[in-house]
Design a protein. Structure first.
Length: 321
């Protein structure tokens, strides 16, 4: 292996915390990865890694070398990517992760279009609502709704989505329709439990141009978007969610919008990637394509709304979220 390949191997070992995982990620035999790192440490005359039976972590010298390796690898990729055909025809493996709701509604139905436009890019897509560690999991970028919370990520906002406060018709018939924020405080909620903070996500309203947060009592708390809307449809309380996910139920009358004079702040959607990574052409064109799809006019595919509505994802995006 040449020096660049060994640097790449070393950074993946640190990112993944494992020789085996790094070797698999780079399609190398485990023995080759071990031998190459031993040779690197011998050549540099320092120990770069702490090794245990379960985990690998960098030494103080290893961390310094890791950071320098990242800068070198970024420069190498930039030099190769931005010259000649590489810039005009992005290629290579692109690992992305996105929320299931946004992917189903706006991106999955159009993946064929992206692949036809960029035939040299090999996509690996994760569709989850969990926090993703981009470095450790080798993910290039994530698409998430909510306010970004991870300062270690570059965030490019690609869309904002109107959000609605609503309850089921049966709930409104039983408990009445709140007309003011003060009346709303006396109602029940299906509370969304943030996986990032472990706390209930508050309801948010725009009152005289300022955001106002309200926390309601509720008999049930959930962490999944499917359960969130299902509970609302069963009359268990109010929810706030992106309007595009609730349109079907609002149109049918199953759900009823409340407090339209005090709309929730729109939900931001962003694509995020690590600060230290050079934005390769394949990542850049994917981000541009996501922005294009999220801002495209037209109805949301029926398959996206046939399931259930999402929460506002106030827990934020991660690395997310």
């Amino acid at each position: 292996m040449d020096r660049i390949d060994v640097m790449r191997l070393f950074t993946r070992i640190v990112d993944l915390g494992s020789f085996t995982a790094a070797a698999e990620d780079l399609n190398l035999p485990r023995a080759t990865a071990t031998y190459s790192l031993q040779q690197l440490e011998r050549r540099l005359g320092v120990r770069l890694l702490h090794r245990t039976t379960r985990h690998v972590s960098p030494t103080l010298e290893g961390q310094a070398y890791y950071e320098r390796c990242h800068r070198v690898l970024n420069e190498v990729e930039a030099a190769e990517s931005f010259l000649g055909e590489a810039a005009a025809k992005p290629s290579g493996r692109l690992r992305v992760d996105m929320s299931t709701a946004i992917g189903s509604a706006f991106l999955f139905p159009h993946l064929g279009e992206f692949c036809a436009r960029y035939p040299g890019i090999e996509l690996e897509i994760g569709a989850t609502d969990r926090l993703v560690d981009l470095l450790r999991e080798g993910v290039d970028c994530v698409v998430r709704a909510g306010e970004p919370r991870d300062a270690g990520l570059v965030s490019r906002r690609v869309a904002t989505m109107p959000t609605v406060t609503c309850a089921s018709r049966s709930y409104i018939e039983a408990h009445g329709m709140p007309r003011t924020i003060e009346q709303f405080r006396n109602h029940l909620a299906v509370n969304f439990l943030s996986t990032a903070t472990g706390k209930h996500s508050p309801f948010e309203f725009t009152v005289k141009g300022k955001a106002q947060a309200v926390t309601l009592k509720g008999r049930i708390s959930v962490t999944s978007t499917e359960a969130y809307t299902a509970c609302c449809l069963q009359g268990l309380g109010f929810i706030q969610a992106p309007r595009y996910r609730l349109e079907r139920y609002l149109d049918s009358g199953e759900l009823v919008e409340a407090l339209p004079k005090f709309p929730p702040p729109p939900m931001p959607v962003a694509v995020m990637y690590p600060h230290h990574r050079q934005l390769a052409p394949r990542v850049r064109v994917f981000i541009d394509w996501v922005a294009e799809r999220l801002q495209a006019p037209g109805p949301v595919p029926a398959a996206a709304t046939a399931g259930t509505a999402a929460s506002r994802a106030k827990a934020g995006a991660n690395a997310g979220a």
